[in-house]
Ligand binder design. Structure first.
Ligand code: ATP
Ligand code: MG
Length: 224
């Protein structure tokens, strides 16, 4: 482990978030605090606003009203690039860059200025973690969809996000890969350093993974 790694203490609070599309309200005065490391599972019907909520929390989209506050200890952090790099959103269907599995995962470290042996060590650790180390030198576009989803998780994990949003991580994968991905999420929980926020439609998956089960109902996130 490199000594340069961060202390994981990021917390996230939303205050009265409102979001509408074409005059239709999706989120209404949505306030929620993600203040413990562990796994939050967000459920709710199609179109209830789960993906919208995740995009807003991950600072990829602005709310119409309300506030997102990230804080680290006593410090409120600005929504700058550095903060964005401490969180990651994994979309339901991950794409891969047209290069090797290794380079796909290394990319996020290179853009963060990490070099040489530390890249090798961290990429191999992430590939090991998601069970893709044996595919290390293969071209990524030939991976199966389940493997590509695991590659996406490795790409996200390698940068050690303190808050990791996964939007329906098993929506397009088979049973075997679903189990592998759930195991990865459970292993992340064992590490105990990040807040993991997952959306799913699978209630048994929610029960397997959740420390806290949340529901998106009437435009708000509530404890289930
Ligand atoms: N960029 C957008 N432009 C217009 N409408 C949008 C946009 N993003 C989301 N919506 C609308 O907002 C509502 C909530 O969508 P969202 O994708 O957040 O729901 P969801 O809970 O993730 O649904 P699902 O379970 O199907 O993934 C939907 O009615 C959707 O059509
Ligand atoms: Mg969605």
């Amino acid at each position: 482990m490199s000594t340069s790694r961060r202390v994981f203490d990021l917390r996230l609070t939303t205050f009265n978030i409102c979001k509408s599309y074409n005059g239709e309200s999706v989120l209404r005065d949505c306030s929620f605090a993600f203040d413990k490391s562990g796994t939050y599972v967000l459920m709710g019907p199609n179109g209830s606003g789960k993906s919208t909520f995740l995009r807003i929390c991950a600072l990829l989209e602005e709310p119409d009203e309300g506030e997102i506050t990230y804080f680290s200890g006593a410090d409120v952090l600005k929504k700058d690039i550095e903060l964005r790099r401490r969180t990651t959103l994994l979309l339901p269907r991950v794409g891969a860059f047209n290069t090797t599995v290794f380079k796909n995962v290394a990319y996020g470290l290179r853009v963060r200025g990490i070099k040489g042996p530390e890249i090798e060590e961290r990429v191999d650790e992430a590939l090991e973690f998601v069970g893709l180390i044996h595919k290390r030198n293969q071209k990524a576009p030939v991976l199966s969809s389940g493997e590509t989803q695991r590659l996406g998780i490795a790409r996200a994990m390698v940068i050690e996000p303190e808050i990791f949003f996964l939007d329906e991580p098993t929506a397009s994968v088979d049973q075997k890969n679903t189990e592998i991905i759930e195991d990865i999420i459970l292993k992340m929980k064992e590490r105990g350093r990040s807040i993991v926020v997952i959306t799913t439609h699978d209630i048994s998956q929610a029960n397997r993974l959740a420390d806290w089960l949340l529901l998106l109902k009437d435009g708000r996130v509530i404890h289930s």
